[in-house]
Design a protein around this ligand. Structure first.
Ligand code: SAM
Ligand code: SF4
Length: 315
C-alpha cells in the first residue's frame, strides 16, 4: 500500500464522467453557456479497465460518480453494475437530481448504494437564482423517487452569501421531513472564482450560528477519519453536516483520488494538472509510480484554490 509522510493513501475514487451539464449553477460556471465544451466521453469498458487497475493497487473502498451531470452519461446503469461486479464495495452518485425520477429505480437495481443530490434552494425562485434553470419540480420529484427506490439519499446545499443564505432553515426542515440528511457546503475557489479576490463564502461558524438561533444548542458528533463533513445533532435528534473546506479543512487525512472525464488522474483538488493515464500507460509507465506522484499533490493543511472548474473535476 502506498502512503505519504502523513500516512495518507487513496481509498476513495471520484470519477467525473463528463464535463457537461444541464444546469449552469452560478458558483460552478461564470455564465449561462449552453455550449460547454463537449469532448469525447470514455466508454463504460474504458472506465472499468482504468478502475480495475487502480483497484488492484489501492483496494478501493468507494467509487463516487460525478460530473458535470453524471445522469447524462449514456452508460450509467451499466457502469454502476460493472463497478459492483469488479468488487467495489460502495458505489455512489453526486447529481443535481433533475433526471433521477426516471433513473433512480434502475440505478438502485444496478447496485448503486447512495446518492448525494444538490439542492441550493427550496423555492422555485431561489432554485433558479442558483442553478439558472427552472427544473425545480423535476429535482424535487427526483429526490422523492430516489428515497422511494431505497437509495441512501443526502442533500448537498452550496451556500453563497446574499444569494441563498435564507434557505438554510427551509432546507433543513425539508430534508428532515423527507428523512434524508442535509449538508451545507462552503463555497470553494474553483474555476472562475479562483480569479476573484474575495468569494462570497458563508463560513461554518456563520452557518452554525443561524442553525443554533433556530434550534438551540447543537451537539457535535465525532468526525470519522477521512470525512469531508463535520456533523451535529439538534436537541431533538435531527442531524446535519457542513463541508467546510475553508474554515475547517480536512486535508490531513484525505483519502480521495480523482479522474476527470478524459481519464486524467488528480491526487488533490488544489492541483490543476492531471496525469493523463491513457497516454502514460501507452508509454509503459508504471501505475504505482503515477499514484505516488499523485499522492505528492495533496496539500498538507488546506485547499489552495484551482483554475479547474467543478464541472470538469466533479467536486
Ligand atoms: N452536477 C452534479 C451536482 O451538481 O451535484 C455533480 C457535479 S457538481 C460539480 C458536485 C458538487 O460540487 C455540487 O454539490 C456542487 O454544488 C458543488 N460545487 C460546484 N462548484 C462549487 C464551488 N465553487 N464551491 C463549492 N462547491 C461547489
Ligand atoms: Fe452542473 Fe453540478 Fe455544476 Fe450545477 S454544480 S452547473 S449541476 S455540474
Amino acid at each position: 500500500m502506498i502512503r505519504d509522510g502523513f500516512g495518507r493513501s487513496f481509498q476513495t475514487l471520484r470519477i467525473s464522467l463528463l464535463n457537461r451539464c444541464n444546469f449552469a449553477c452560478t458558483y460552478c460556471v461564470d455564465e449561462d453557456s449552453r455550449l460547454v465544451e463537449k469532448k469525447e466521453i470514455l466508454q463504460v469498458e474504458e472506465w472499468i479497465r482504468l478502475v480495475s487497475e487502480l483497484h488492484s493497487f489501492l483496494n478501493l473502498k468507494k467509487v463516487r460518480l460525478t460530473g458535470g451531470e453524471p445522469t447524462l452519461y449514456p452508460g450509467l446503469n451499466s457502469l454502476v453494475k460493472k463497478l459492483k461486479d469488479i468488487g467495489i464495495p460502495e458505489v455512489s452518485l453526486t447529481t443535481n437530481g433533475s433526471n433521477l425520477s426516471k433513473q433512480a429505480f434502475d440505478l438502485k437495481k444496478a447496485g448503486l448504494d447512495s446518492v448525494n443530490i444538490s439542492l441550493d434552494g427550496i423555492t422555485p425562485e431561489s432554485f433558479h437564482t442558483m442553478s439558472r434553470r427552472s427544473a425545480f419540480k423535476q429535482t424535487l420529484s427526483g429526490i422523492d423517487i430516489a428515497v422511494s427506490s431505497g437509495l441512501n439519499v443526502r442533500i448537498n446545499c452550496t451556500l453563497v452569501r446574499e444569494k441563498n443564505e435564507d434557505q438554510i432553515i427551509p432546507i433543513l426542515e425539508y430534508s428532515w421531513n423527507k428523512g434524508v440528511l442535509p449538508r451545507f457546503l462552503e463555497l470553494m475557489k474553483m474555476g472562475y472564482l479562483q480569479k476573484t479576490n474575495e468569494i462570497p463564502i458563508l463560513t461554518q461558524d456563520e452557518i452554525l450560528n443561524r442553525i443554533e438561533s433556530e434550534y438551540g444548542t447543537l451537539i457535535p458528533q465525532v468526525r470519522k477519519i477521512s470525512s469531508t463533513a463535520n456533523y451535529w445533532n439538534t436537541s431533538e435528534g435531527n442531524s446535519f453536516g457542513i463541508i467546510a473546506n475553508e474554515s475547517a479543512p480536512f486535508c490531513k487525512d484525505c483519502d480521495r483520488l480523482r479522474l476527470d472525464s478524459q481519464g486524467n488522474l488528480y491526487g488533490c483538488l488544489s492541483s490543476a494538472t492531471g496525469f493523463p493515464l491513457f497516454q502514460l500507460r501507452e508509454q509503459g509507465i508504471d501505475m504505482e509510480q503515477v499514484l505516488i506522484l499523485a499522492l505528492r499533490q495533496k496539500q498538507e493543511v488546506r485547499f489552495k484554490g484551482s483554475d479547474l472548474t467543478m464541472m470538469a473535476i466533479g467536486g
